[in-house]
Design a protein around this ligand. Structure first.
Ligand code: MAN
Length: 486
């Protein structure tokens, strides 16, 4: 003790700027932390901490800057790059810039930085420390509670994952069955189509033969009719019909004046009815090629009728095979549709299974859920692993602020990348980037979107509290207690 008092007196003599204390506190110059105390030994010259020089110990805290790193003036404002250490007994120690020493503003809660300014600073460290300890305790309690809730979320997440796996296995089985049904239906379809096309080919051939026969009959009949009409006109039977012979036939007395005039006889040609009956050589030699005996038999009225394409009517047997093929095609299509639907379902389920819901699946419970936060202008919506959006309070549509991209935390703590989520590729921003959102995850007992901001245009930052972001709390891990020096 005597030695300590002597040391202290010597220090006081060395410089009025040095401080020291007794008791459990380690003797050290003003502004020096406990950790560095041993580097300031009053019994020896002081070596600048950066090695830039050595000075007599009395020059420490003499209000003149000797060392380049400012380490010789821990308790004064002489060095612009130095630091003053506040012990802040009862609260958390703090290093403040040397320029803050005696500047009239209380920076240290123990008022030690204003030791000569006359500023009205009082030691508030006990009070602050108590409040901080209470807050730390509250946080610790919250973390403990949050962590126990997280354990539940982990279990729930794992169960959901297991259920999803089972669902996938079931869908895979259904898909296998659907694929074999499709294969069966395809075989049936091919067989039915083979029968159908053979029957249709047969039908086509038979139909063509029938039509050809009908055409031949029609042609023969019209030729016979034409021959008969010709014979009636060719009264002298010389094989040619003269104008006189036509004029002798009262059928051509169209004006019913009792005789067939030259005009009436020649108009036979114009009317296009019996032109072919005239002696071609005499009257219409140039029309020889136009003769179409079939036209003679066509009822002119029918020519004005719209052409109707009658439905193909097959014989019963062919129709039966066509119906069977249609039914087989339809069954095959149904089977194909079932396969497609199951494949789609499978890929969705698989994508969800493969999604990274946290190291222990603790975030899986958020799939399909959404959370909202409303400020003065907008309601912000976060649907974890899906989208982030913004809805104006005074009406207007929803603006997409991003879709799920990945984990993007930069935490150096245990949660690492799982401390933040990134949503990208939202709606384009006028004169700016596509909207995107970073969601910081904080430990809390509630799953709650607690804030949303837009620190730079179209780049949004949300804060979401959740037990899933709570880490295991070790008992006695009170940071404050650890940091308190004294
Ligand atoms: C809307 C909102 C805002 C955004 C502007 C950009 O008003 O999405 O958040 O800043 O568009 O033009």
């Amino acid at each position: 003790m005597v030695q300590l008092i002597q040391d202290c007196l010597r220090l006081l003599l060395v410089s009025f700027l040095l401080s020291c204390s007794l008791g459990s506190e380690v003797l050290r110059p003003r502004g020096v932390s406990l950790i560095k105390a041993s580097l300031y030994d009053p019994a020896r010259d002081f070596s600048c901490l950066d090695g830039s020089g050595t000075i007599p110990f009395r020059n420490v805290n003499d209000d003149y800057c000797d060392c380049r790193d400012g380490s010789d003036e821990p308790g004064t404002s002489a060095c612009p790059n130095g630091f003053f250490h506040c012990s802040n007994k009862g609260h958390i120690p703090l290093d403040v810039r040397s320029s803050r020493v005696n500047d009239g503003i209380c920076d240290c809660c123990d008022a030690s930085d204003e030791w000569a300014s006359g500023a009205d600073c009082t030691d508030q460290c006990q009070e602050f420390g108590r409040a901080a300890r209470e807050e730390a305790l509250r946080k610790e309690e919250e973390s403990k509670k949050g962590y126990s809730l997280k354990l539940g979320m982990i279990e729930q997440g794992k169960n959901m994952k297991q259920e999803r796996k089972e669902k996938i296995a079931l869908i895979e089985l259904e898909l296998q069955q659907a694929e074999s049904v499709r294969a069966e239906q395809e075989t049936l379809k091919l067989a039915a189509e083979e029968l159908e096309s053979a029957a249709l080919e047969q039908y086509k051939e038979a139909n063509e033969a029938k039509k050809a026969a009908e055409d031949a009959i029609k042609l023969a009949a019209s030729e016979a009719e034409a021959k008969e009409a010709f014979g009636e006109l060719d009264t002298d039977g010389d094989g040619a019909v003269t104008k006189q012979e036509v004029q002798a036939d009262t059928t051509y007395d169209t004006n019913r004046d009792g005789s067939v005039s030259d005009d009436e006889a020649t108009s036979v040609d114009d009317e296009g009815e019996d032109e072919s009956l005239l002696d071609d050589d005499e009257e219409n030699p140039e029309d020889e090629d136009d003769y179409d005996p079939e036209l003679d038999n066509v009822d002119e009225g029918l020519l004005d009728e719209p052409t109707e394409v009658p439905d193909v009517v097959y014989d019963d047997e062919t129709q039966g095979l066509v119906d069977a093929a249609n039914a087989a095609r339809s069954s095959y299509q149904d089977a194909q549709r079932s396969v497609d639907a199951l494949k789609k379902q499978l890929s969705e389920e698989q994508a969800s299974l493969d999604k990274d819901f946290g190291p222990e699946d603790e975030f899986r419970v958020f799939e399909g859920r959404c959370f909202e936060y409303t400020d003065r202008e907008y309601t912000y919506k976060l649907c974890p692993f899906d989208t982030a959006s913004q809805i104006p309070k005074n009406g207007g549509g929803e603006t997409r602020l991003g879709t799920w991209h990945d984990w993007e935390g930069e935490d150096t703590g245990p949660r690492g990348k799982y401390s933040a989520m990134k949503y990208t590729n939202g709606q384009g921003c006028w004169n700016g980037p596509n909207r995107s959102t970073l969601v910081h995850l904080r430990c809390g007992v509630e799953n709650e979107l607690i804030s949303a901001a837009e620190p730079s245009k179209c780049e949004y930052v949300f804060i979401f509290t959740t037990p899933a972001a709570c880490d295991a709390v070790e008992d006695g891990s009170d940071e404050h207690a650890q940091h308190t020096e004294l």
